[in-house]
Ligand binder design. Structure first.
Ligand code: ADP
Ligand code: 3PG
Ligand code: MG
Length: 371
């Protein structure tokens, strides 16, 4: 992979930097600084070497969302200036005024409809912003958008420090040291099935939890009541009989009579499975203690509804483990941050979907542009 450290002289060069700044906001302020902290090393690197850095990124999914709050947060760490909308007069003027080492951040790339469909015209606009393209946006490395994919074909393209680190660390867990344990929670089995099948081959155990486990229970003929299930049926899938597959052994359910913990075979038609029970977490703990590699993506319960217990207790076990531990995914990382455990993991990925895509495919078209 070509990385910015390969570049000899950056002084006075216009560098177009794509960062991962899609950060949850609350009352117009950034809610946590995890992605900011991971975006800073490449920004500092370029700043210290005298490059004229133009930062682009997306935030949210609606075109009206703005990066202004992220810009305000960034100014606490680096002398970053606001450059306005991409291609606007304000932006052109600011770009011309830049001195060596200056940093300019532009408005949400998704405000232009050319971003998501990698439109030629928007790609050209972006390519005019720099002489070199640096992609540090690992969290968007599964999206072939203008600012991640298209522009890499127009300018000499290099990986930023964080993107390179993400690929390096996640590549390590694709060939895990044994005993190895993959913990996979969340929802949407249809998107995660290839991952489960692949990691049942390379890992000693794969634990499937969250709404994903409901699909397995359903295919095994258990009552899942009103629980969330995905659109695909797993009935007859071969991996269900794989002895390496671990599943919750008890579940927390909610029904007309309130909340209770029960065995997987005891769920009633009017109930909903919302978390794993404590017996499950204790079962996992014995595997975590022995493991040399633990890889984790996705919460084990309906996290936003307050079903955080099995995710949080497991997070404490994984944080205390001797193993090489890697976690990723928005909700999983938020859980770990809330408990202030993030520094106890070997590696915390900024990617959700990007992490899963890389783990499944070994690369992405966006990462390939940097090779
Ligand atoms: P991530 O966002 O971490 O990549 P997903 O999008 O695949 O993961 O899934 C996370 C979602 O799954 C969360 O919204 C969480 O509330 C939900 N979830 C997990 N377990 C359950 C469950 N048992 N019932 C309903 N929703 C669940
Ligand atoms: C991110 O920044 O986390 C990713 O790009 C995911 O956001 P998206 O699904 O809206 O692309
Ligand atoms: Mg999600």
């Amino acid at each position: 992979m070509k990385v910015i450290t390969d570049l000899e002289d950056l002084k006075g060069k216009y560098v177009l930097l794509r960062s991962s700044l899609n950060i949850p906001l609350k009352d117009g302020k950034v809610r946590n600084t995890f992605r900011i902290e991971r975006a800073l090393p490449t920004m500092r690197y370029l700043h210290e070497r005298g490059a004229k850095t133009i930062i682009v990124a997306h935030i949210g999914r609606e075109p009206e969302e703005t990066l202004q709050p992220v810009y305000e947060e960034l100014t606490k760490y680096l002398p970053v200036h606001w450059g306005g909308q991409i291609g606007s007069e304000e932006q052109l003027k600011r770009q011309e005024m830049m001195g060596n080492g200056d940093l300019l951040i532009l408005e949400n790339t998704r405000q232009d409809e050319g971003e998501k469909n990698n439109d030629e015209e928007f790609v050209t606009k972006l390519a005019l912003l720099g002489e070199i393209f640096v992609n540090d946006a690992f969290a968007a490395a599964h999206r072939e958008h203008a600012s991640t994919f298209g522009v890499a074909q127009k300018l000499p393209a290099y990986a930023g420090l964080t993107l390179a680190e993400e690929v390096r660390e996640l590549t390590k867990v694709m060939k895990p040291e044994s005993p190895s344990l993959f913990l996979l929670g969340g929802a949407k089995f249809e998107t995660k099935m290839p991952l489960v099948e692949k990691y049942l081959e390379s890992y000693d155990h794969v634990f499937v939890a969250g709404a994903l486990a409901n699909d397995v229970f359903k295919a095994q003929g258990y009552e899942v009541g009103q629980s969330m299930v995905s659109d695909v049926s797993l009935t007859g899938k071969e991996f269900l009989n794989n002895p390496k597959l671990l599943l919750p052994i008890d579940v927390v359910v909610e029904g007309p009579d309130g909340k209770r913990t029960c065995g997987v075979s005891e769920v009633k038609p009017e109930e909903k499975i919302l978390d794993c029970g404590t017996a499950t977490v204790e079962m996992l703990a014995t595997h975590i203690e022995k493991a040399k590699t633990v890889l984790w993506n996705g919460p084990f319960g309906a996290y936003e509804m307050g079903y955080t217990q099995s995710t949080e207790i497991t997070a404490r076990y994984v944080a205390a483990a001797e193993a090489f531990t890697v976690i990723g995914g928005g909700d999983t990382v938020a859980a770990v941050e809330k408990l202030e455990l993030n520094n106890l993991f070997s590696f915390v990925s900024i990617g959700g979907g990007a992490m899963l895509t890389l783990l499944e495919k070994g690369t992405t078209p966006v990462i390939d542009t940097l090779n």
